[in-house]
Write a protein that binds this ligand. Structure first.
Ligand SMILES: [Ca+2]
Length: 248
């Protein structure tokens, strides 16, 4: 999960997780060769990994929420090739614990009372692989921008742009996919872009040098997000991480 962010938020990158300082909870683990594995084939479990210290998302001089960007490569390798768990989410939250959050369709982010509650101060980018009508899912293979709710503020079928047009991408193919998540504090747009990763995860970590992928020129999903009003808690500091909820 290489990460980078701008302005006053610290820049950081992980080219492997062996011996790293990420905070794990649930069944998340790090393999001997440095891969972060959020879940295994267990059912109804949650795995999470967070950056260990809170990050400040508010410009101390003018009070505005600052721009940031992050990119990481992930793969969802289902036990059954045709049916994965419920998905993965990149999350920014005031807490590393997300107390009471449920697995499965709740993605380890919310429960019945915290879902849709503006006091949750949670924003997530979900990579959702199971259709749930109760959350208004558009299909079983989509990207969603979630603001305090699993009912996405904006969602798009998982796809990427090429010079020959838009191409669908299966989130549960087991193949590595790169994601870019970028927030522009001036126009208040959160943009999500996907593309197949060109090299395998193991090669990336073994040679220790992650060369940037060519980011598609168009984003697959984009949502207006008044980060300061809708997401930042009074403490102003938030923590970022990834979480995964497994279902039956
Ligand atoms: Ca879902």
């Amino acid at each position: 999960m290489p990460c980078a962010s701008g302005d006053e938020v610290a820049d950081f990158a992980y080219t492997g997780f062996h011996g790293s300082n990420v905070s794990l909870n649930g069944i998340a683990a790090i393999t001997p060769d440095g891969l972060l594995v959020l879940t295994d084939t267990s059912k109804q479990k949650i795995g999470r990994a967070f950056y260990p210290a809170p990050l400040r998302f508010k410009n101390s001089s003018n009070g505005n929420a600052i721009s940031f960007s992050t990119t990481f490569i992930f793969a969802i390798v289902p036990d059954n090739p045709d049916l994965g768990g419920h998905g993965i989410a990149f999350v920014i939250s005031p807490s590393k614990e997300l107390h009471g959050a449920l697995p499965s369709q709740h993605l380890g982010l919310f429960n019945a009372s915290s879902n849709g509650n503006s006091s949750s101060h949670v924003v997530a980018v979900e990579l959702d692989t199971i259709f749930n009508s109760e959350f208004g899912d558009i299909n079983d293979n989509h990207v969603g921008i979630d603001i305090n709710s699993l009912r996405s503020n904006k969602s798009s079928p998982a796809a990427y742009f090429t010079s020959n047009g838009i191409k669908n991408i299966s989130l549960i193919s087991g193949k590595p996919i790169q994601i870019w998540i970028e927030y522009n504090g001036e126009d208040m747009q959160l943009r999500v872009t996907l593309a197949p990763a060109l090299r395998s995860l193991h090669i990336i970590y073994w040679d220790g040098a992650l060369r940037p992928m060519v980011r598609p020129s168009h984003s697959i999903s984009c949502a207006f997000l008044h980060f300061q009003r809708e997401v930042l808690s009074e403490e102003e500091d938030q923590i970022r991480g990834v979480t995964r909820g497994l279902g039956a």
